[in-house]
Write a protein that binds this ligand. Structure first.
Ligand code: ADP
Length: 306
C-alpha cells in the first residue's frame, strides 16, 4: 500500500475529532472522503499534510513514516478553496516559487492542459477565482507530489466554471496517475471521480468501498442518506429502505396514495403515502392527488439495516 494510516487519533481541547482512523490507499488511486460537516474530513487531510499534529498513530507514505517530518519536506501537495498566491509575484513566479529544478516539458503540458498558458505574466489580482485555483493546481503538480490532497478546491466557484475545471483537473490527475485524496461535499463528484470513497461519521470510518457499493449497499442509514434520498418501506412485515429510482410504478404491488406530483425538468417528483411513511420517487407521468398507485421494488434493490 502506498499510503498507510494506522490508528490516528486527534482531539481539540475536550473534543475527539479522529478516533482510531486506519485506512490504506494504493498508488494512483483517487479517494474521496465524505461525511457530514464537522465529521473530521479536513482534519484527516491536515494530519497527513502535517498542518495539524496528531495525538497518536502512524502515517506511512511509500513505506516511510512521515509523522515526524515537517510539512514542507513531506512531498505532499495541498490545494484548498481560495488557495493563496503571493500577490507580488506573477502567475509563473508563483508556480515556480522556490523550485530549483523542474521539468520544462511537464510545465508546458500543465499550463496548456489546464489552460493558463496565456496568464503566465499576470498577477494574482488580475486573474479570476477559477484561474487562481488552476494556478494552485499547476503549482502543486509541477512539484511531482507523492500525494495530492484537495480540500473542497472547487466549492467557491460558479457552477459553470466549476464543471469545466473539475473535468480538467481530474483528467490530469488520472493522466499523471497522481495519488489523490479529495474532500468534497459534491456527492455526484465523489461518485464520478473516485476509485473508492471513505465515509467518515463522528471521526470514525464507517465505510471504505467503491462508489457503486457505497451507493447501493450503504452500511447505515446516515451513510446512505449522504448520497441521496432513502425511502423507508414497512409493508407486510418487510422493513427496508430503497432509492427513489428503484421504485417502479406497476399494476400491482405496494399500494400508495398520491399526495402531489411536481415537475422537475427531467421527470415528475411524486410524493405519496404508504401507511405512515411519505415516499418519494420519480416518473415520466404526473399523478393526481389521492390517486391510488402501485409500486414495485426489485429484491436486489431493497436495502436492509440489521
Ligand atoms: P469537516 O472537514 O468534516 O467539516 P473538520 O475536520 O474541519 O471537519 O473539523 C472536525 C471538528 O473539529 C469540528 O467539530 C471542528 O469544529 C473541530 N476543529 C477543527 N479545527 C479545529 C481547531 N483548529 N481548533 C478547535 N477545533 C477544531
Amino acid at each position: 500500500m502506498f499510503l498507510k494510516i494506522k490508528k490516528i487519533n486527534k482531539h481539540y481541547s475536550n473534543t475527539k475529532v479522529l478516533n482510531n482512523v486506519s485506512f490504506s490507499i494504493k498508488k494512483g488511486e483517487v479517494i474521496s472522503v465524505v461525511g457530514p460537516s464537522g465529521s473530521g474530513k479536513s482534519t484527516i487531510l491536515k494530519s497527513i499534510s502535517g498542518f495539524c499534529e496528531i495525538d497518536s498513530g502512524t502515517i506511512l507514505l511509500n513505506s516511510k513514516s512521515i509523522s515526524e517530518i515537517e510539512p514542507s519536506k513531506r512531498n505532499i501537495a495541498y490545494v484548498f478553496q481560495d488557495s493563496p498566491l503571493f500577490p507580488h509575484l506573477s502567475v509563473i513566479e508563483n508556480i515556480l516559487f522556490n523550485l530549483k529544478v523542474f521539468d520544462h516539458k511537464k510545465l508546458n503540458f500543465l499550463l496548456k492542459k489546464i489552460k493558463i498558458d496565456h496568464l503566465k505574466n499576470r498577477y494574482p489580482h488580475e486573474i479570476s477565482g477559477g484561474e487562481n485555483q488552476r494556478v494552485a493546481v499547476v503549482r502543486s503538480l509541477i512539484r511531482n507530489p507523492e500525494l495530492l490532497l484537495l480540500d473542497e478546491p472547487f466549492s467557491n466557484l460558479d457552477l459553470s466554471i466549476k464543471e469545466h475545471l473539475k473535468e480538467l483537473v481530474f483528467s490530469i490527475i488520472k493522466e499523471l496517475k497522481t495519488t489523490t485524496i479529495i474532500v468534497n461535499h459534491d456527492i455526484q463528484d465523489s461518485l464520478e471521480v473516485s476509485d473508492r470513497i471513505l465515509i467518515l461519521l463522528n471521526g470514525e470510518i464507517k465505510s471504505f468501498d467503491t462508489p457503486h457499493s457505497i451507493y447501493t449497499k450503504p452500511k447505515c442509514l446516515t451513510s446512505g442518506r449522504l448520497f441521496g434520498l432513502m425511502n423507508r418501506i414497512n409493508y407486510d412485515g418487510d422493513e427496508f429502505y430503497c432509492r427513489p429510482e428503484h421504485m417502479n410504478c406497476t399494476s400491482s404491488g405496494l399500494q400508495l396514495n398520491v399526495l402531489n406530483s411536481k415537475f422537475t425538468g427531467p421527470h415528475y417528483k411524486i410524493t405519496a403515502q404508504l401507511n405512515s411513511e411519505k415516499i418519494i420517487f420519480y416518473d415520466n407521468k404526473k399523478y393526481e392527488k389521492n390517486e391510488k398507485i402501485y409500486i414495485n421494488v426489485a429484491q436486489k434493490n431493497k436495502i436492509y439495516f440489521y
